[in-house]
Design a protein around this ligand. Structure first.
Ligand SMILES: [Ca+2]
Length: 489
Protein backbone atom coordinates (compact mmCIF):
# COMPACT_ATOMS: atom_id res chain seq x y z
CA UNK A 1 0.00 0.00 0.00
CA UNK A 2 2.84 2.35 0.86
CA UNK A 3 4.64 1.51 -2.32
CA UNK A 4 1.50 2.35 -4.13
CA UNK A 5 1.39 5.86 -2.69
CA UNK A 6 5.09 6.50 -3.38
CA UNK A 7 4.72 5.31 -6.94
CA UNK A 8 1.67 7.48 -7.49
CA UNK A 9 3.52 10.53 -6.14
CA UNK A 10 6.48 10.08 -8.46
CA UNK A 11 4.17 9.60 -11.44
CA UNK A 12 2.18 12.77 -10.80
CA UNK A 13 5.35 14.86 -10.39
CA UNK A 14 6.71 13.66 -13.66
CA UNK A 15 3.40 14.29 -15.58
CA UNK A 16 1.82 17.43 -14.16
CA UNK A 17 3.67 20.79 -14.86
CA UNK A 18 3.58 23.28 -12.02
CA UNK A 19 5.37 26.33 -10.74
CA UNK A 20 7.55 26.68 -7.72
CA UNK A 21 5.18 29.27 -6.37
CA UNK A 22 2.35 26.80 -6.57
CA UNK A 23 4.42 24.41 -4.78
CA UNK A 24 5.25 27.05 -2.21
CA UNK A 25 1.64 27.88 -1.78
CA UNK A 26 0.79 24.29 -1.05
CA UNK A 27 3.76 23.18 0.85
CA UNK A 28 2.10 23.86 4.13
CA UNK A 29 -0.26 21.00 3.56
CA UNK A 30 2.42 18.35 3.65
CA UNK A 31 5.90 17.61 4.94
CA UNK A 32 8.34 16.88 2.17
CA UNK A 33 11.96 16.42 1.30
CA UNK A 34 12.94 18.09 -1.96
CA UNK A 35 15.78 16.86 -4.13
CA UNK A 36 16.67 18.35 -7.50
CA UNK A 37 16.58 15.88 -10.35
CA UNK A 38 17.59 17.85 -13.43
CA UNK A 39 17.91 21.62 -13.12
CA UNK A 40 18.78 22.21 -16.89
CA UNK A 41 15.73 20.44 -18.28
CA UNK A 42 13.46 22.29 -15.93
CA UNK A 43 14.60 25.72 -17.14
CA UNK A 44 14.48 24.74 -20.86
CA UNK A 45 11.28 22.74 -21.27
CA UNK A 46 9.55 24.51 -18.46
CA UNK A 47 9.33 21.30 -16.83
CA UNK A 48 10.78 20.53 -13.45
CA UNK A 49 11.61 17.25 -12.10
CA UNK A 50 11.49 16.56 -8.31
CA UNK A 51 11.82 13.61 -6.31
CA UNK A 52 9.56 13.69 -3.26
CA UNK A 53 9.76 11.60 -0.32
CA UNK A 54 6.21 11.68 0.79
CA UNK A 55 5.42 10.89 4.33
CA UNK A 56 3.39 7.94 5.00
CA UNK A 57 0.05 9.60 4.76
CA UNK A 58 -2.75 9.44 2.41
CA UNK A 59 -2.84 12.26 -0.10
CA UNK A 60 -6.32 13.71 -0.20
CA UNK A 61 -5.86 16.96 -2.12
CA UNK A 62 -4.17 18.02 -5.37
CA UNK A 63 -0.38 18.12 -5.54
CA UNK A 64 1.22 21.16 -7.26
CA UNK A 65 4.76 21.06 -8.48
CA UNK A 66 6.57 24.29 -9.31
CA UNK A 67 8.61 24.27 -12.46
CA UNK A 68 10.06 27.71 -12.07
CA UNK A 69 12.36 29.54 -9.68
CA UNK A 70 15.97 28.85 -8.68
CA UNK A 71 17.11 25.24 -8.37
CA UNK A 72 18.50 23.72 -5.30
CA UNK A 73 22.17 24.23 -4.49
CA UNK A 74 24.10 21.09 -3.89
CA UNK A 75 26.38 22.83 -1.45
CA UNK A 76 23.56 24.48 0.43
CA UNK A 77 22.81 22.97 3.90
CA UNK A 78 19.18 22.25 4.00
CA UNK A 79 16.97 22.30 7.00
CA UNK A 80 16.64 18.63 6.68
CA UNK A 81 20.33 18.22 6.91
CA UNK A 82 20.32 20.33 10.00
CA UNK A 83 17.53 18.27 11.33
CA UNK A 84 19.42 15.13 10.48
CA UNK A 85 22.58 16.53 11.92
CA UNK A 86 20.70 17.60 14.99
CA UNK A 87 19.21 14.18 15.27
CA UNK A 88 22.64 12.62 14.82
CA UNK A 89 24.10 14.95 17.39
CA UNK A 90 21.28 14.19 19.73
CA UNK A 91 21.81 10.54 19.17
CA UNK A 92 25.53 10.93 19.71
CA UNK A 93 24.82 12.97 22.83
CA UNK A 94 22.56 10.29 24.11
CA UNK A 95 25.16 7.72 23.22
CA UNK A 96 27.75 9.79 25.05
CA UNK A 97 25.48 10.16 28.00
CA UNK A 98 24.92 6.45 27.90
CA UNK A 99 28.64 5.95 27.58
CA UNK A 100 29.18 8.43 30.44
CA UNK A 101 26.75 6.48 32.55
CA UNK A 102 28.54 3.30 31.56
CA UNK A 103 31.88 4.94 32.32
CA UNK A 104 30.59 6.15 35.67
CA UNK A 105 29.27 2.73 36.43
CA UNK A 106 32.57 1.20 35.35
CA UNK A 107 34.43 3.72 37.56
CA UNK A 108 32.32 2.74 40.52
CA UNK A 109 32.95 -0.87 39.67
CA UNK A 110 36.67 -0.18 39.44
CA UNK A 111 36.60 1.55 42.78
CA UNK A 112 34.64 -1.31 44.21
CA UNK A 113 37.09 -3.74 42.67
CA UNK A 114 39.98 -1.74 44.18
CA UNK A 115 38.19 -1.73 47.50
CA UNK A 116 37.56 -5.45 47.22
CA UNK A 117 41.21 -6.02 46.32
CA UNK A 118 42.26 -4.01 49.32
CA UNK A 119 39.89 -5.93 51.53
CA UNK A 120 41.17 -9.10 49.97
CA UNK A 121 44.71 -8.14 50.83
CA UNK A 122 43.64 -7.32 54.37
CA UNK A 123 41.84 -10.62 54.56
CA UNK A 124 44.94 -12.38 53.31
CA UNK A 125 47.01 -10.66 55.94
CA UNK A 126 44.48 -11.59 58.60
CA UNK A 127 44.37 -15.15 57.35
CA UNK A 128 48.16 -15.27 57.43
CA UNK A 129 48.17 -13.88 60.95
CA UNK A 130 45.57 -16.40 62.09
CA UNK A 131 47.53 -19.15 60.42
CA UNK A 132 50.65 -18.11 62.29
CA UNK A 133 48.71 -17.98 65.52
CA UNK A 134 47.34 -21.41 64.82
CA UNK A 135 50.83 -22.73 64.17
CA UNK A 136 52.06 -21.11 67.35
CA UNK A 137 49.18 -22.63 69.28
CA UNK A 138 49.86 -26.03 67.79
CA UNK A 139 53.54 -25.77 68.72
CA UNK A 140 52.66 -24.60 72.21
CA UNK A 141 50.24 -27.45 72.70
CA UNK A 142 52.81 -29.87 71.44
CA UNK A 143 55.32 -28.44 73.91
CA UNK A 144 52.72 -28.71 76.66
CA UNK A 145 52.09 -32.27 75.67
CA UNK A 146 55.80 -32.99 75.87
CA UNK A 147 56.03 -31.29 79.24
CA UNK A 148 53.02 -33.22 80.51
CA UNK A 149 54.59 -36.41 79.29
CA UNK A 150 57.82 -35.41 81.03
CA UNK A 151 55.94 -34.72 84.26
CA UNK A 152 54.08 -37.97 83.95
CA UNK A 153 57.38 -39.75 83.63
CA UNK A 154 58.62 -37.93 86.71
CA UNK A 155 55.49 -38.89 88.63
CA UNK A 156 55.95 -42.46 87.57
CA UNK A 157 59.57 -42.37 88.68
CA UNK A 158 58.66 -40.80 92.00
CA UNK A 159 55.88 -43.32 92.47
CA UNK A 160 58.29 -46.14 91.76
CA UNK A 161 60.75 -44.56 94.19
CA UNK A 162 58.01 -44.33 96.81
CA UNK A 163 57.14 -47.94 96.28
CA UNK A 164 60.77 -48.90 96.66
CA UNK A 165 61.02 -46.76 99.79
CA UNK A 166 57.85 -48.34 101.15
CA UNK A 167 59.28 -51.76 100.48
CA UNK A 168 62.52 -50.72 102.10
CA UNK A 169 60.59 -49.31 105.03
CA UNK A 170 58.75 -52.58 105.49
CA UNK A 171 62.03 -54.42 105.37
CA UNK A 172 63.43 -52.09 108.00
CA UNK A 173 60.36 -52.64 110.10
CA UNK A 174 60.94 -56.36 109.94
CA UNK A 175 64.60 -55.87 110.81
CA UNK A 176 63.67 -53.55 113.61
CA UNK A 177 61.24 -56.10 115.01
CA UNK A 178 63.86 -58.81 114.77
CA UNK A 179 66.39 -56.55 116.48
CA UNK A 180 63.91 -55.80 119.25
CA UNK A 181 63.40 -59.52 119.70
CA UNK A 182 67.13 -60.05 119.72
CA UNK A 183 67.64 -57.33 122.29
CA UNK A 184 64.89 -58.74 124.45
CA UNK A 185 66.47 -62.14 124.23
CA UNK A 186 69.83 -60.66 125.11
CA UNK A 187 68.27 -58.82 128.00
CA UNK A 188 66.79 -62.07 129.20
CA UNK A 189 70.17 -63.76 128.84
CA UNK A 190 71.85 -60.91 130.68
CA UNK A 191 69.32 -61.13 133.46
CA UNK A 192 69.89 -64.86 133.66
CA UNK A 193 73.63 -64.37 133.76
CA UNK A 194 73.25 -61.68 136.36
CA UNK A 195 71.17 -64.00 138.51
CA UNK A 196 73.84 -66.66 138.15
CA UNK A 197 76.49 -64.12 139.10
CA UNK A 198 74.41 -63.03 142.05
CA UNK A 199 74.16 -66.59 143.22
CA UNK A 200 77.93 -66.95 142.91
CA UNK A 201 78.54 -63.67 144.70
CA UNK A 202 76.01 -64.48 147.37
CA UNK A 203 78.00 -67.54 148.25
CA UNK A 204 81.16 -65.45 148.54
CA UNK A 205 79.75 -62.13 149.72
CA UNK A 206 77.44 -61.82 152.68
CA UNK A 207 76.12 -58.49 151.25
CA UNK A 208 74.41 -60.17 148.26
CA UNK A 209 73.13 -58.05 145.35
CA UNK A 210 73.74 -54.33 145.30
CA UNK A 211 71.33 -52.55 147.55
CA UNK A 212 68.48 -50.83 145.87
CA UNK A 213 68.17 -47.22 146.75
CA UNK A 214 64.91 -46.60 148.46
CA UNK A 215 62.56 -43.97 147.25
CA UNK A 216 63.54 -41.08 149.41
CA UNK A 217 61.39 -38.13 148.52
CA UNK A 218 62.61 -35.15 150.37
CA UNK A 219 61.13 -32.51 148.11
CA UNK A 220 58.09 -34.22 146.61
CA UNK A 221 55.36 -34.39 149.24
CA UNK A 222 52.94 -36.52 147.25
CA UNK A 223 55.18 -38.80 145.31
CA UNK A 224 53.61 -41.66 143.46
CA UNK A 225 54.58 -45.05 144.80
CA UNK A 226 55.83 -47.60 142.35
CA UNK A 227 53.20 -50.20 141.58
CA UNK A 228 54.38 -53.35 139.86
CA UNK A 229 52.78 -53.73 136.49
CA UNK A 230 51.49 -50.19 136.40
CA UNK A 231 54.35 -48.67 134.54
CA UNK A 232 55.85 -50.49 131.61
CA UNK A 233 59.23 -49.03 130.85
CA UNK A 234 61.95 -49.79 128.37
CA UNK A 235 64.30 -52.55 129.22
CA UNK A 236 67.21 -51.14 127.27
CA UNK A 237 68.39 -47.86 126.04
CA UNK A 238 67.75 -46.96 122.47
CA UNK A 239 70.42 -46.10 120.03
CA UNK A 240 70.33 -42.94 118.01
CA UNK A 241 67.83 -43.06 115.18
CA UNK A 242 65.31 -45.45 116.67
CA UNK A 243 61.81 -44.40 115.67
CA UNK A 244 60.54 -43.38 119.02
CA UNK A 245 57.01 -42.76 117.80
CA UNK A 246 56.72 -46.49 117.43
CA UNK A 247 57.41 -47.06 121.09
CA UNK A 248 54.12 -48.35 122.40
CA UNK A 249 55.57 -49.40 125.72
CA UNK A 250 54.93 -46.17 127.49
CA UNK A 251 53.54 -46.10 130.98
CA UNK A 252 49.90 -45.12 130.82
CA UNK A 253 50.28 -42.71 133.68
CA UNK A 254 53.29 -40.99 132.21
CA UNK A 255 52.90 -37.40 131.14
CA UNK A 256 53.75 -36.66 127.57
CA UNK A 257 57.28 -35.42 127.05
CA UNK A 258 57.51 -31.76 126.38
CA UNK A 259 60.31 -32.17 123.88
CA UNK A 260 59.46 -33.71 120.57
CA UNK A 261 61.95 -36.40 119.61
CA UNK A 262 61.92 -34.99 116.08
CA UNK A 263 62.59 -31.45 117.15
CA UNK A 264 65.59 -29.93 115.43
CA UNK A 265 66.57 -26.95 117.51
CA UNK A 266 68.72 -24.34 115.88
CA UNK A 267 72.30 -24.93 116.87
CA UNK A 268 74.76 -22.10 117.16
CA UNK A 269 78.31 -23.09 116.28
CA UNK A 270 81.02 -20.64 117.28
CA UNK A 271 84.04 -20.84 115.01
CA UNK A 272 86.15 -18.60 117.20
CA UNK A 273 88.47 -19.88 119.85
CA UNK A 274 89.63 -22.08 121.27
CA UNK A 275 88.74 -20.80 124.70
CA UNK A 276 89.85 -22.13 128.05
CA UNK A 277 86.24 -22.83 128.96
CA UNK A 278 82.76 -21.41 128.41
CA UNK A 279 83.23 -18.66 130.95
CA UNK A 280 86.28 -17.51 129.02
CA UNK A 281 84.23 -17.59 125.81
CA UNK A 282 81.47 -15.55 127.41
CA UNK A 283 83.95 -13.04 128.74
CA UNK A 284 85.35 -12.84 125.21
CA UNK A 285 82.02 -11.60 123.96
CA UNK A 286 80.20 -14.77 122.97
CA UNK A 287 77.05 -14.88 125.03
CA UNK A 288 74.87 -17.32 123.11
CA UNK A 289 74.44 -20.96 124.00
CA UNK A 290 75.91 -23.31 121.44
CA UNK A 291 78.86 -25.41 120.38
CA UNK A 292 82.25 -23.95 121.23
CA UNK A 293 85.84 -24.98 120.70
CA UNK A 294 87.59 -25.38 124.04
CA UNK A 295 91.20 -26.12 124.90
CA UNK A 296 92.15 -26.25 128.56
CA UNK A 297 95.53 -24.77 129.42
CA UNK A 298 97.34 -28.05 129.97
CA UNK A 299 95.47 -30.07 127.39
CA UNK A 300 97.14 -31.33 124.26
CA UNK A 301 94.08 -31.24 122.06
CA UNK A 302 90.91 -29.27 121.47
CA UNK A 303 87.45 -30.37 122.39
CA UNK A 304 84.03 -29.34 121.24
CA UNK A 305 81.30 -28.97 123.82
CA UNK A 306 78.11 -27.15 124.61
CA UNK A 307 78.29 -23.83 126.41
CA UNK A 308 75.14 -22.97 128.32
CA UNK A 309 74.51 -19.29 128.78
CA UNK A 310 70.80 -19.55 129.47
CA UNK A 311 71.38 -19.98 133.20
CA UNK A 312 72.71 -17.20 135.35
CA UNK A 313 75.36 -16.09 135.30
CA UNK A 314 76.16 -17.95 132.07
CA UNK A 315 79.46 -19.41 130.98
CA UNK A 316 78.54 -22.93 132.07
CA UNK A 317 80.58 -25.72 130.49
CA UNK A 318 78.29 -28.73 129.98
CA UNK A 319 80.05 -31.99 130.79
CA UNK A 320 77.00 -34.28 130.63
CA UNK A 321 73.49 -34.00 129.26
CA UNK A 322 70.50 -36.33 128.92
CA UNK A 323 67.36 -35.18 127.19
CA UNK A 324 65.83 -37.87 125.00
CA UNK A 325 67.66 -41.19 125.28
CA UNK A 326 69.33 -40.71 121.92
CA UNK A 327 72.75 -41.79 123.19
CA UNK A 328 73.78 -45.11 124.65
CA UNK A 329 75.60 -44.66 127.96
CA UNK A 330 76.38 -48.33 128.56
CA UNK A 331 80.00 -47.92 127.41
CA UNK A 332 83.44 -49.15 128.32
CA UNK A 333 86.30 -47.32 130.00
CA UNK A 334 87.99 -45.95 126.91
CA UNK A 335 84.75 -44.50 125.64
CA UNK A 336 83.99 -42.87 128.96
CA UNK A 337 87.52 -41.53 129.00
CA UNK A 338 87.30 -39.92 125.55
CA UNK A 339 83.65 -38.94 125.58
CA UNK A 340 80.72 -39.83 123.32
CA UNK A 341 77.29 -38.73 122.16
CA UNK A 342 76.11 -35.69 120.23
CA UNK A 343 77.05 -32.25 121.43
CA UNK A 344 73.71 -30.72 120.48
CA UNK A 345 71.71 -33.41 122.28
CA UNK A 346 72.98 -36.09 124.68
CA UNK A 347 76.66 -36.49 125.37
CA UNK A 348 79.36 -37.28 127.89
CA UNK A 349 82.31 -34.90 127.62
CA UNK A 350 84.88 -37.50 128.64
CA UNK A 351 86.74 -38.11 131.90
CA UNK A 352 90.04 -36.86 130.55
CA UNK A 353 88.48 -33.64 129.31
CA UNK A 354 86.70 -33.07 132.61
CA UNK A 355 89.96 -33.77 134.35
CA UNK A 356 91.81 -31.22 132.19
CA UNK A 357 89.12 -28.61 132.73
CA UNK A 358 88.71 -29.01 136.46
CA UNK A 359 92.45 -28.92 137.05
CA UNK A 360 93.15 -25.66 135.27
CA UNK A 361 91.08 -23.61 137.70
CA UNK A 362 88.77 -23.89 140.68
CA UNK A 363 85.41 -25.02 139.38
CA UNK A 364 82.00 -25.51 140.87
CA UNK A 365 79.44 -28.06 139.73
CA UNK A 366 75.80 -27.39 138.92
CA UNK A 367 73.46 -30.32 138.28
CA UNK A 368 70.04 -29.45 136.86
CA UNK A 369 67.31 -32.08 137.05
CA UNK A 370 63.86 -32.10 135.45
CA UNK A 371 61.13 -34.62 136.07
CA UNK A 372 58.24 -35.62 133.82
CA UNK A 373 56.03 -32.96 135.35
CA UNK A 374 58.48 -30.43 133.95
CA UNK A 375 59.58 -29.46 137.41
CA UNK A 376 63.22 -28.49 137.66
CA UNK A 377 65.46 -28.72 140.69
CA UNK A 378 69.19 -28.28 141.11
CA UNK A 379 72.13 -29.37 143.15
CA UNK A 380 75.20 -27.20 143.29
CA UNK A 381 78.56 -28.15 144.71
CA UNK A 382 81.01 -25.48 145.68
CA UNK A 383 83.89 -27.26 143.97
CA UNK A 384 84.58 -30.13 141.62
CA UNK A 385 87.81 -31.72 140.56
CA UNK A 386 88.82 -35.07 139.12
CA UNK A 387 91.96 -36.91 140.01
CA UNK A 388 94.03 -38.18 137.04
CA UNK A 389 93.41 -41.45 135.25
CA UNK A 390 95.96 -43.15 137.42
CA UNK A 391 93.50 -42.63 140.27
CA UNK A 392 90.59 -43.63 138.02
CA UNK A 393 89.35 -40.06 137.87
CA UNK A 394 88.37 -39.98 141.51
CA UNK A 395 85.68 -37.40 142.22
CA UNK A 396 86.34 -34.49 144.55
CA UNK A 397 83.29 -32.43 145.44
CA UNK A 398 82.77 -29.41 147.70
CA UNK A 399 79.77 -28.62 149.80
CA UNK A 400 76.24 -29.00 148.56
CA UNK A 401 73.51 -26.43 148.23
CA UNK A 402 70.29 -26.60 146.24
CA UNK A 403 66.76 -28.01 146.28
CA UNK A 404 67.31 -31.45 144.79
CA UNK A 405 68.84 -33.07 147.83
CA UNK A 406 72.46 -34.14 148.22
CA UNK A 407 72.67 -37.46 146.46
CA UNK A 408 76.28 -36.99 145.37
CA UNK A 409 77.71 -36.97 148.84
CA UNK A 410 77.46 -40.74 148.64
CA UNK A 411 79.78 -40.63 145.63
CA UNK A 412 82.24 -38.02 146.73
CA UNK A 413 85.79 -39.32 146.80
CA UNK A 414 84.93 -42.39 144.70
CA UNK A 415 86.69 -43.64 141.60
CA UNK A 416 84.97 -44.07 138.28
CA UNK A 417 83.66 -47.49 137.32
CA UNK A 418 82.66 -48.80 133.92
CA UNK A 419 81.46 -52.20 132.80
CA UNK A 420 85.03 -53.21 132.05
CA UNK A 421 86.78 -51.48 134.98
CA UNK A 422 85.34 -52.12 138.39
CA UNK A 423 86.47 -49.53 140.92
CA UNK A 424 83.34 -49.34 143.08
CA UNK A 425 82.80 -50.38 146.66
CA UNK A 426 80.50 -53.21 145.78
CA UNK A 427 81.72 -56.75 145.39
CA UNK A 428 80.19 -56.89 141.96
CA UNK A 429 80.34 -54.33 139.19
CA UNK A 430 77.84 -51.56 139.77
CA UNK A 431 78.11 -50.45 136.15
CA UNK A 432 76.65 -53.80 135.12
CA UNK A 433 73.61 -53.33 137.28
CA UNK A 434 73.09 -49.66 136.62
CA UNK A 435 74.06 -49.84 132.95
CA UNK A 436 76.34 -46.86 132.88
CA UNK A 437 79.70 -45.60 134.10
CA UNK A 438 79.69 -43.53 137.30
CA UNK A 439 81.57 -42.75 140.48
CA UNK A 440 79.89 -45.69 142.15
CA UNK A 441 80.03 -46.39 145.79
CA UNK A 442 78.11 -49.55 146.60
CA UNK A 443 76.39 -48.66 144.45
CA UNK A 444 74.54 -45.34 143.95
CA UNK A 445 72.26 -42.69 145.28
CA UNK A 446 72.54 -40.93 142.00
CA UNK A 447 73.25 -42.25 138.56
CA UNK A 448 72.83 -39.79 135.76
CA UNK A 449 74.40 -42.13 133.19
CA UNK A 450 71.76 -44.83 133.42
CA UNK A 451 69.03 -45.77 130.99
CA UNK A 452 66.73 -43.00 129.78
CA UNK A 453 63.22 -44.26 130.54
CA UNK A 454 60.21 -42.46 129.24
CA UNK A 455 57.62 -41.41 131.72
CA UNK A 456 59.39 -41.42 135.08
CA UNK A 457 58.53 -44.56 136.99
CA UNK A 458 60.02 -47.56 135.29
CA UNK A 459 60.04 -51.28 135.74
CA UNK A 460 63.45 -52.86 135.94
CA UNK A 461 65.03 -55.50 138.08
CA UNK A 462 67.85 -53.13 138.94
CA UNK A 463 67.79 -49.44 139.46
CA UNK A 464 69.29 -48.63 136.11
CA UNK A 465 67.34 -45.48 135.27
CA UNK A 466 68.53 -41.91 135.44
CA UNK A 467 67.77 -41.17 139.04
CA UNK A 468 68.59 -38.93 141.93
CA UNK A 469 67.52 -40.78 145.01
CA UNK A 470 67.04 -37.70 147.15
CA UNK A 471 64.69 -36.37 144.49
CA UNK A 472 61.92 -38.75 143.44
CA UNK A 473 63.79 -41.86 144.51
CA UNK A 474 65.70 -44.58 142.73
CA UNK A 475 62.76 -45.94 140.74
CA UNK A 476 61.99 -42.71 139.00
CA UNK A 477 63.89 -41.93 135.82
CA UNK A 478 64.26 -38.23 135.22
CA UNK A 479 63.41 -36.63 131.93
CA UNK A 480 66.36 -34.29 131.53
CA UNK A 481 69.56 -33.86 133.46
CA UNK A 482 72.54 -31.64 132.85
CA UNK A 483 75.90 -31.41 134.58
CA UNK A 484 77.73 -28.11 134.19
CA UNK A 485 80.90 -26.68 135.59
CA UNK A 486 82.05 -23.11 135.89
CA UNK A 487 85.10 -21.43 137.40
CA UNK A 488 84.45 -19.98 140.81
CA UNK A 489 84.19 -16.21 140.65
CA1 LIG B 1 83.09 -53.68 142.56
Amino acid sequence: MEKTFWTLGVLLISLVPCTYSDFQSRKGTSKRVIRAVDNGDANDGKRCGYTFLVPQQKITGPICVSTKGPGPNKNQVTRMDLENLKDALGKQRRDMETLQVVVDVDGNIVNEVKLLRKESRNMNSRVTQLYMQLLHEIIRKRDNSLEIAHLENKILNVTAEMLRAATRYKELEVKYASLVDLVNNQSAIISLLEEQCMRVFSRRDPHGSPPLVQVVPQHIPNIQQYTPGLGVGNEIQRDTGYPRVRDSRQPPQAPAPTISPFRVPPVTIIDEGPFRDCKHAKESGFSSSGIYLIKPQNANSHMQLWCENGLDPGGWTVIQKRIDGSANFFRNWETYKKGFGNIDSEYWLGLENIYQLTNQDNYKLLIELEDWNNKKVYAEYSSIRLEPETDYYRLRLGTYQGNAGDSMVFHNGKQFTTLDRDRDMYTGNCAHFHKGGWWYNACAHANLNGVWYRGGLYRSKHQDGIYWAEYRGGSYSLKTVQMMIRPID
